[in-house]
Design a protein around this ligand. Structure first.
Ligand code: C5P
Length: 398
């Protein structure tokens, strides 16, 4: 394995001391790690400590002629395999979310093309503030990977969520992503994601609560394992940056057509989209007027994309999803058989944790002579685990 190039950005919170340990962990693994500090980070820890541990001078000036000659801010991001911001203060989250570029770190964030990991750290009231929560949502649409803060006693003496994840948690997460084996190298993978929109008229549509996060995470994970991925997606708020082949669709019929256009030579088909089962039978060109007290909608069943793909009898491996509110195993197994799939990943919806619109989920995965539980975790991590399981069963079937 080649030497990993880690760019660690440290911002001004008491958790800065933990990033010294994080630097040491990467160094011990043999990585080349370079450090950026914000002005307030330097109020907590001297740059010299990071210099001694990383073996390189710390970067902190945006407009430093000497630094620009050696390795300027654009060159730094091009050099890195990964950018980690840990600890990330509420201020840094806000700046990155809104695209400010008034210091080295915020400028690097905008210039980065590598994967970005953010480990927030702040007081629990600041964490729960709607401004911070909105910024986290915005950052998610940029494709950032979050390493969630932990709960417990905080430096200020208060109890709550906001303590930066432990250095080993951050280290393990980044290393696991960087060392994904090329288990799907050169295989063609098609993934459907997100909700479809079924127009009622030019203004309104029927849809559902799927965010597309699971499908997008699967596409990123499959790409990391060397697959040639085509993501066919309904309208979502998610970033498509870094995806090799992306097809935007709106309706179930458009998704069906796009899938069939790309299905030739496909090795693995993953139907993660929440496709509308029905569409309005009519969708007039003019806006429906608010005249009658009651309005009847007549719906027409949509094609089942996944079942139609499986029915092609091509030598491909098909994976479906089943989101259920009750009898999870029963319905999942029924879909596995009825749609003639190779694998089905089932999850609960309507429960407190996980599911639609959430960042976390858990899955019960079934195939013809096996089953595995993937425990509640972030969808990005869950996607890696599911891709590994798909690869295992894909080769077992062959
Ligand atoms: O039958 P149900 O909709 O619950 O099955 C869910 C699975 O089938 C998901 O994998 C989904 O992507 C897929 N599906 C599809 N086309 C439809 C409906 C569902 O591909 N019209």
């Amino acid at each position: 394995m080649s030497q990993r190039r880690i760019l660690l950005a440290v911002t001004g919170g008491i958790a800065v001391y933990k990033s010294l340990e994080l630097t040491r962990l990467f160094k011990k693994q043999g990585a080349d790690i370079r450090i950026i500090m914000t002005k307030s980070a330097m109020a907590f820890v001297q740059p010299l400590s990071f210099q001694a541990l990383s073996g390189h001078a710390v970067h902190f000036e945006l407009l430093d002629t000497e630094a620009e000659n050696a390795m300027g801010h654009i060159a730094l991001t091009r050099w890195a395999d990964v950018l980690i911001i840990a600890p990330a203060t509420a201020n840094t989250l806000a700046k990155c979310a809104h695209g400010l570029a008034d210091d080295l770190l915020s400028t690097l964030y905008l210039a980065a093309t590598c994967p970005i990991y953010i480990a927030p750290a702040m007081n629990h009231v600041m964490w729960h503030h709607p401004a911070t929560q909105t910024n986290l949502k915005i950052l998610q649409t940029h494709g950032v990977h979050f390493i969630a803060p932990e709960s417990g006693e905080q430096a200020c003496g208060e109890m709550g969520i906001g303590r930066m994840a432990e250095p080993n948690t951050i280290y393990q997460r980044v290393i696991a992503d960087l060392t994904m084996l090329p288990i799907l190298k050169n295989l063609n993978v098609i993934i459907t994601a997100g909700a479809t929109r079924e127009p009622l008229d030019p203004v309104r549509y029927l849809t559902n609560r799927s965010s597309g996060k699971m499908g997008y995470a699967l596409a990123a994970a499959a790409q990391k394992t060397g697959a040639n991925v085509t993501l066919i997606s309904g309208v979502t708020q998610l970033s498509t940056s870094g995806l090799h082949n992306f097809v935007q669709v709106e309706t179930a019929e458009e998704m069906h057509a796009a899938v069939f256009e790309h299905i030739e030579n496909c090795d693995i088909f993953i139907g993660a989209a929440a496709v509308a089962d029905y569409r309005p039978i009519e969708s007039p060109n003019e806006k429906i007027k608010k005249n009658a007290d009651q309005l009847m909608l007549v719906l027409q069943k949509n094609p089942d994309i996944l079942a139609d793909v499986a029915a092609l009898n091509l030598p491909l491996f098909t994976v479906g999803f089943a989101a259920e509110t009750h009898n999870l195993e029963h319905y999942a197994l029924e879909k596995l058989t009825r749609k003639k799939l190779n694998m089905i990943a089932a999850n609960w919806v309507g429960r407190e944790e996980g599911g639609f619109e959430r960042d976390e989920n858990a899955l019960e995965v079934f195939w013809h002579n096996g089953q595995k539980t993937l425990a509640m975790t972030e969808k990005t991590e869950l996607a890696h685990q599911l891709i590994e399981l798909i690869a295992e069963q894909f080769y077992a079937k062959k």
